[in-house]
Design a protein around this ligand. Structure first.
Ligand code: CMP
Length: 135
């Protein structure tokens, strides 16, 4: 099934100069870029995006991190794009993510894990509405 998914290249990706490296992996896999924007978000947008995590212990430092500098928001599309992106991203914790994945190759953090990908078709549509209203 052709799907759309919301992807974030988080501030650590931009800060570390890894936008090209990470974007290249998605492109090389065959996903298409439907929309892409670099922006610095405020805490309110972070709270909307991470609505299901705002009460968690790990959220306050995550909120600080995702608002700490520019990030790149993308809509990617392709066959089973949601699962394909999550497979490329790897496990949440970069220390545990498999080598060959973006996090496994490039991150050693559970928070600064470079990328976000929507986890279901419902969250993809919700998140696309937050980041790219009208798309
Ligand atoms: P993401 O896929 O964007 O979804 C929620 C984010 O919260 C996750 O990536 C990490 O950046 C962060 N996160 C999840 N669990 C933890 C944790 N235990 N400690 C710190 N950050 C976390």
């Amino acid at each position: 099934t052709d799907q759309r998914t919301l992807v974030l290249l988080k501030p650590d990706t931009v800060r570390r100069g890894l936008v090209g490296e990470v974007l290249g992996r998605f492109e090389a896999k065959g996903l298409s870029i439907v929309a892409m924007q670099q922006r610095t978000i405020d805490g309110e947008l972070a709270d909307q995006h991470y609505a299901e995590h705002v009460e968690r212990d790990f959220y306050p430092p995550l909120r600080t991190f995702v608002t700490s500098g520019p990030l790149v928001a993308l809509v990617l599309a392709g066959e089973e794009a949601i699962e394909v992106v999550r497979a490329l991203n790897g496990a949440t914790d970069g220390r545990k993510a498999a080598p060959g994945t973006i996090r496994g190759d490039l991150s050693v953090s559970n928070r600064e894990n470079l990328v976000h990908g929507s986890d279901s078709p419902e969250s993809a549509e919700r998140e696309i509405g937050i980041w790219f209203p009208g798309l």
